[in-house]
Design a protein around this ligand. Sequence first.
Ligand code: ATP
Length: 622
Amino acid sequence: MNTSKTYSFQSESKELLKLMIHSLYSNKEIFIRELISNASDAIDKLRFLSISEPKKYPINTNYCINITIDKKLNKLTISDNGIGMEEHEIINNLGTIAKSGTKKFIQSLKSNNSSHQHELIGQFGVGFYSSFIVSKKVLVQTRSAKLKINEGFLWESYGKGDYTIQKIEKKEFGTDIILYFKKTEQEFIHHWKIQELINKYSDHINVPINIKKFNKKQNEYTWEQVNKAQALWVLNKSEISNQEYINFYKHLTKDSQEPLTWTHNKVEGNQEYIILLFIPSKTPWNIWSREHKHGLKLYINKVFIMEDTEQFLPNYLRFVKGLVDSNDLPLNISREILQNNQIIQKIRQTITKKLLNTLQNLFNNDIKKYYVFWQQFGTILKEGPAEDPQNRQFIMNLLLFTSLKHNNSEQTLSLKKYTTNMAKGQNKIYYITSDSYESAKNSPHLEIFLKNDIDVLLLFEKIDEWMMNYLNEYEDKKFCPANKPDDFINKLIIPQINEQNLQNKMQPFLEKIKKILGNKIKDVRVTYKLVHTPSILVTEAKEMSTQMAKLFSAAGQSVPSIKYILEINPEHALIQKISKIVEEKNIKDWILLIFEQALFVEKGTLDDPNQFINRINKLLSI
Ligand SMILES: Nc1ncnc2c1ncn2[C@@H]1O[C@H](COP(=O)(O)OP(=O)(O)OP(=O)(O)O)[C@@H](O)[C@H]1O
């Protein structure tokens, strides 16, 4: 007789299991979807192997998922004739919940309120472990299609701290998941209930799902198929209800939330393929992690080939979920071949176009949903203009901003709207990049714009400066940084008093500044752009911007130090006061102060803040 070995769950898994049971209890019926989904995945894997390696894996045309209910024992069995598992696979797959990043995930779960926990855990994909929400004990009998009858295994656990594994004989390859329901979960031992859940969640699973029922007429047990068993994507759009699309999305992605929108297309012609693509409504919790996998599911003639086929999506659309089913690719296609395959390139181009159109439709027809999309995925879409020059114009129509006239940080302004509302004579799109919304909005560079009622796009996300490098013009209007010299703006500057006079009057003061600041600055000049601010720093049109320099140094690259031009506002009380100081005693501190102020505003930091503070204190106490 085979003895069983006892194993402990990973410590994080124990904690996660407890949290999961608690936070998913209100949605406990999903266990059926998860288990059927796993069974169907296992069949997909074997189906693929039996086509690509027919000698090793005998072809089985009778793939199915069978369900039996034992009311007396409170027991439900879900059996599949898929790939099955070897011992090490059982340990790896069923001994750990949520393999990577579990710790971080638990932390974020704990720090969220309970309604949010539900969302988070849904995104995480609880899979097999959802069985413990309703079961006091779970058994898994499995035999890998690679192994012999006596090389089956039985996994058993009460979902507490450990599980056991023992070797068993199993006649058929595949997996039986056996649930012993908790006393409180009697509702699941009814055929009608299970059938209802299958119709709700798993109608379009690619293989028949049969329930064993007692047939009174024939006085015996028979198998009754309860799902449609037809791949959803091969049907015509008109035959599929919105709810069916939503359920299919949930099955495909294990996301507990509904998608925002989707696109479903049959492409005919030289190449024939079907695409079904969904835009989720929430960013996956780990989308910025390196381990985050993205890409579409690839099917060839309805046979599942591989997960996460990145090659079908540009990076800036990596949040998209869905599948491609092609008739033209060879079944034995590898990831390497996908990389350089021309058919793939063409499909990718079509997918990209379809997705951009889908987003444009969402934008045009359901702006509220589009705002949700933008909030979740806008930062990723902003990678588009750099990555995809061909579709740059298209992507630009999908970008949203906030602006000087907007009065809050919500990004709801399109370029179209900005250009339609431009001031008379304005033919450029002005923008400013900064580290935060506040610092962008309050930038002294914008005082002249505010005074003349000209709107400026406020950009404050890390990616923005980089993105703006790839945006040259939109509908013949050039983009122009608000902190660089510009003719149109220069013309708006009307000095309050005689300019030449003031310039001449200021000349000795400018000389003094130059002498004191030396090579700290490139030049110093008078400006009439400012209203409330005594001084600012500007760079020449061709010089690297401060934000760009920050970006480079954050990426660990060396950046030549920027030489700024100091501009002073001759009408400002402080400048007028300092320019009149004749004694040499404190003038150096005053000039350094107006320079450091401007530097602080420009960079958001100072190399030596202490010195700056000391200087202010010294001058205040004179
Ligand atoms: N019926 C089955 N047949 C074969 N392998 C299975 C079966 N059920 C589960 N597995 C294996 O166990 C693994 C873990 O399953 P689980 O449902 O926990 O997560 P998952 O399906 O991989 O991902 P997700 O987190 O998206 O649910 C699966 O990836 C698969 O390798």
